[in-house]
Design a protein around this ligand. Structure first.
Ligand SMILES: Nc1ncnc2c1ncn2[C@@H]1O[C@H](COP(=O)(O)OP(=O)(O)OP(=O)(O)O)[C@@H](O)[C@H]1O
Ligand SMILES: [Mg+2]
Length: 286
């Protein structure tokens, strides 16, 4: 549904600060799935996100949405931004309305929805982001960092976009807040058969929530595939300053030590099962 074809973006072109942030990348975002994008700092993830809903234009290459170039003369970027919702990195700095409720309503209002529809959108967006009725009446400035983040995400969910792009939605949150936000987003994605793009620094988060992973390094795509496929390239990831989830690393070391385990596991649960099986096998042979 969303396709990048040989897309590059260069900042400060023909100046001493010229920087190729995204370098000739091609990929497709599969419909109804969660795509995780991971890469080291400065690898071009945010630049990629900004191009997804037309906020930044590629310096070269094409971006197609349902087969049509988003920068064609007769394409409407305003319409596109309703269909591809982008939650910026650290979105809590962009709240500005008097109440949380009004902040969430801002997008749906701009779309010209009726008050009744807007109220319905506020309710379901609040549900998936864990915002209570009491919180809806508060000023966004009275909230904690994690609560503000939820409000910013709810504001985009309320627009019911076809694709929801989130730039580091869980950055800086504690493990509980992280699990609630990412879990709520995945719940929303499943219930509405939505398409999600999540950018993250954390291999654990990406492994746990994504169907499909794109890894970036210096503006280019390094690896792409299912978590299992991507994490099976441990040495390539490490050589490029990335990692595999900690549990995958543990299994991989056990395997190198000669133990018979599957080092393709990337969730704590499946890794624990591997280790339990290993212990059972060794207690049988001893
Ligand atoms: N507005 C800008 N002007 C000039 N250079 C920029 C601009 N924004 C980003 N860059 C540069 O482009 C490259 C890619 O930046 P980008 O923000 O896309 O990376 P990122 O992967 O999102 O990093 P992070 O993990 O730190 O968020 C970096 O070298 C950065 O310094
Ligand atoms: Mg970024």
């Amino acid at each position: 549904m969303l396709e990048f074809q040989n897309v590059s973006h260069v900042y400060g072109i023909k100046t001493p600060f010229e920087k190729t942030a995204v370098d000739n990348v091609s990929f497709k975002i599969p419909q109804g799935k969660v795509t995780g994008i991971i890469g080291h700092t400065g690898s071009g993830k945010s630049t990629l996100c900004l191009m997804m809903n037309g906020l930044l234009k590629p310096t070269s290459g094409k971006i197609l949405f349902h087969g049509k170039d988003i920068h064609d003369k007769d394409s409407s970027l305003r319409e596109l931004r309703f269909k591809i919702g982008l939650v910026f990195q650290y979105p809590e700095y962009q709240l500005f309305e008097e109440t949380v409720e009004k902040d969430i309503a801002y997008g749906p209002k701009n779309m010209g929805l009726s008050q009744e529809d807007i109220n319905e959108r506020i309710q379901y967006a609040a549900h998936f982001t864990g915002i209570s009725d009491e919180l809806l009446k508060k000023s966004p400035f009275e909230l904690s960092g994690g609560q503000k983040r939820r409000v910013a995400i709810a504001g985009i969910i309320a627009m019911d976009p076809e694709i929801l792009v989130l730039d580091e939605p869980a950055a800086g949150l504690d493990p509980k807040g992280k699990a609630e936000i990412l879990g709520g987003l995945c719940d929303f994605q499943k219930k509405r058969d939505n398409t999600l793009v999540i950018i993250s620094h954390s291999m654990e988060d990406i492994g746990m929530y994504s169907d499909n992973i794109i890894t970036m390094s210096n503006g280019k795509i390094l690896l792409e595939g299912t978590p299992q496929e991507v994490f099976s390239h441990r040495d390539t990831l490490i050589k490029n300053g990335l990692s595999v989830p900690e549990v995958t690393e543990i299994l991989s070391r056990l395997k190198k030590e000669g133990y018979d385990v599957n080092d393709g596991c990337f969730t704590i649960e499946s890794a624990a099962n591997e280790i339990i099986e290993l212990i059972k096998k060794s207690s049988l042979t001893n």
